[in-house]
Design a protein around this ligand. Structure first.
Ligand SMILES: *Cc1c(COP(=O)(O)O)cnc(C)c1O
Length: 498
């Protein structure tokens, strides 16, 4: 039976997967969720020995039921190819007792490549299937990594344009360089004077602005989203955890049916929600450990049942997790209120007007699989150094947040269940923070990004990724900057609409 997608906030007619992918966000501002969470149609043990692409197909076909086998396999082949710097795509490496799932071997060296290299293929397929004659305009707010991964995925894809908004002073130097040097006639990059939440709010407002939608429609355009609110971003992420389990089985690290825990460095709650979906598909996952940086709004939520964004927004060394409104949590809320869209909508309205909401005791009980944790800036840096000294392995700051939280969880609970840790970025993306954590940042190279690249190469013995190497000589092609309340005007200007 087909899976249909409903809005978390309304009673809209449910839509097919391809339509949900094209729309991105539902018209009522809600997020699309499958009307039932699919389960695997093969025994988990049969997954051992399969490669990433095969597992991707087995997982995705359960969610994207209006794609034919041929279409889905073509999307997978187009996305997961030699853009990756390892043949296996996602290496699983044991580091200090945890299995690191290295999700950063794609074109832009962050885990978001895994989903964003396939999303454009989904979209182009969905455009054809639904006979859409409009050009799709991808609007994206980024805390650093989504932007580049989306730009790389959509650059020069026929029938699409992409516009990325990033917080001008809220991303790493390498992240910014990656974006502003992006080639492709259909790409635009705009720095905003504000933080990620401002950028994300701005994008959501443009999406729900009917007049704006009509205006661009009459010029031949239609908006969509490449943010993790798009179901086409979320579904490819479910694959990671199914694949990780299959790998551990194949290597004999776990027995068939043995439960594993999963630790995910979390910002917008997309990646960890995907792990939750994998669990619902039948993968034996015990705890879902949600790791935050000092913007620990999720930790507090899991502790108290109160989601409260009224607090200082902190700029940390793990900028892709500097988020106070974790959009994808709405999908989990919808689930724990029993699919009651009115209740979900009311909670989201409270978040919008008062900056907070509280769930009831029975709903909180539904969250028992989740464990929250966080790492301060010092703890994150210390953890990078500790693991480097112990194993010679250098983690990026986001992965280090998860690593600290896991280590702390294991020590305080004594839970030694085998654990998969989502390793979300290459340390080459966060040079200053990583090098200072291991005391390898002499003052004379503090302002020289590429001297830092060479330094990290010398101490880590990990080859400089192509994505970084090519930045050395890439010209800056994007120079737009705007106020956070001027994003809609910027979009019209880019699309040349008066
Ligand atoms: C986006 C990102 C995260 C957070 O992922 P969410 O799905 O938003 O929770 C963590 N680490 C890195 C490196 C990222 O780019």
């Amino acid at each position: 039976m087909d899976i249909l997608y409903r809005s978390t906030r309304g009673h809209n007619e449910p839509v097919k997967a391809s339509q949900a992918i094209l729309q991105g966000l539902a018209v009522d501002g809600g997020l699309f969720v499958p009307d039932r969470l699919p389960v695997l149609d093969v025994p988990v043990a049969s997954l051992a020995g399969k490669d990433y692409r095969e597992i991707a197909y087995i997982v995705m076909k359960q969610f994207l039921t209006d794609f034919t086998e041929e279409e889905l396999k073509a999307c997978i082949a187009g996305a997961y190819d030699d853009k990756f710097d390892t043949k296996e795509l996602v290496p699983v490496v044991k580091v200090d007792g945890a299995y690191h799932l290295e999700l950063f071997h794609g074109a832009t060296i962050a885990f978001k490549d895994m989903a964003l290299s396939i999303l454009p293929h989904f979209m182009v397929t969905a455009l054809k299937k639904n006979h859409v004659d409009k050009e799709i305009v991808i609007l994206t707010a980024t805390s650093g990594d989504t932007g580049k991964a989306a730009l790389a995925g959509f650059a020069n894809v026929p029938g699409t344009r992409i516009i990325v908004f990033y917080p001008k002073d809220g991303v790493s130097k390498i992240q910014e360089l990656q974006m502003v040097t992006q080639k492709g006639d259909n790409t635009a990059v705009v720095g905003i004077k504000g933080n990620f939440d401002d950028a994300q709010t701005g994008v959501k407002e443009i999406f729900s602005d009917k007049a704006m939608g009509e205006k661009i429609a009459s010029a031949g355009f239609q908006f969509s989203s490449a943010n993790s609110i798009n179901i086409g971003r979320l579904v490819p992420q479910v694959v990671y955890y199914v694949y990780a389990y299959a790998k551990l089985l194949e290597r004999g690290e776990i027995a068939d049916g043995e439960k594993i825990n999963v630790v995910v460095p979390t910002g917008n709650f997309g990646n960890i929600l995907a792990a939750f979906y994998a669990k619902n598909m039948g993968i034996p996952i015990g705890k879902l450990i949600c790791a935050s940086n000092e913007n620990k709004v999720l930790f507090d939520f899991f502790e108290t049942g109160v989601y409260d964004k009224n607090r200082e927004f902190k700029l940390t060394s793990s900028p892709s997790m500097d988020i106070l409104v974790s959009s994808n949590l709405e999908r989990l809320i919808y689930k724990i209120v029993g699919g009651d869209a009115d209740k979900c909508a009311a909670l989201m309205q409270a978040l919008k007007t008062n900056g907070k909401y509280e769930i009831g005791a029975s709903e909180k009980a539904e969250l028992s699989d989740f464990v929250g944790g966080y790492a301060t800036e010092e703890q994150t840096a210390q953890r990078i150094r500790e693991v480097y000294e112990k194993e010679g392995y250098i983690m990026d700051t986001h992965t280090a947040v998860a690593s600290y939280v896991y280590d702390n969880y294991r020590k305080t609970t004594g839970d030694n269940t085998k654990t998969v840790l989502a390793s979300t970025a290459s340390p080459y993306k966060f040079l200053t923070a990583v090098l200072s954590a291991i005391d390898e940042l002499p003052a004379e190279i503090a302002d020289d990004e590429f001297a830092k690249v060479d330094k990290l190469n010398a101490v880590s013995h990990v080859a400089v990724p192509k994505a970084v190497e090519e930045l050395r000589s890439a010209p800056v092609l994007h120079k737009r900057v705007c106020a956070s309340d001027a994003m809609a005007a910027e979009v019209l200007d880019i699309l040349n609409i008066k």
